[in-house]
Design a protein around this ligand. Structure first.
Ligand code: ZN
Length: 165
């Protein structure tokens, strides 16, 4: 994605208050991120670990989604879980349930959408092999890098499409 400014980032949020968007903690190293390798910008709030954010380009504009991180989900039946965006398999803790409040009337009624995602929201880097899942199985896929990137982006788009109420 193209580099974005702090101002654009804070103005992009659609499902939280202006106050929250104004106060949220920026990603570490915000001025020096590997933008070329990012399909979207995702991060955990450095000052509030239960909050995460995702900013992506959609139809030519930026869409920011505020997420609540639900960790410690009971997943005793399996020691591994998979991110629904980049399909990276992690050992427990590497994937978290991220919940977004929907916008509009649905949001006012308290509706949310949740998906399991990489707990560090670094899906773009896992997709490109620039970050490895700790203890994750190196599943060999026959897809090319371009195909993997396209898949991650398609999964992201379908998540973003669920947020508007
Ligand atoms: Zn992921």
């Amino acid at each position: 994605m193209e580099p974005i400014t702090e101002e654009d980032l804070r103005a992009s949020f659609v499902n939280c208050s202006r106050g929250e968007a104004k106060r949220l903690g920026l990603p570490r190293g915000f001025t020096d991120l590997p933008w070329d390798d990012l399909d979207f910008l995702g991060w955990r709030d450095p000052g509030a670990p239960a909050r995460a954010y995702l900013v992506a380009e959609r139809d030519g504009s930026l869409v920011g989604i505020a997420l609540r991180v639900t960790s410690g989900a009971s997943r005793a039946f399996t020691s591994r879980s998979m991110c629904s965006l980049c399909l990276t398999t992690h050992t427990s803790g590497g994937v978290a349930l991220m919940t977004a409040r929907r916008t509009g009337e649905a949001g006012r009624q308290g509706n949310t959408v949740g998906q399991y995602m990489c707990a560090d929201l670094a899906c773009s880097l896992y997709t490109r092999g620039k970050r490895q899942a700790a203890g994750g199985a190196a599943v060999e896929e026959s897809l090319t890098l371009e195909e993997k990137v396209a898949r991650t982006r398609a999964n992201l788009r379908s998540f973003l499409a669920k947020v508007p109420g």
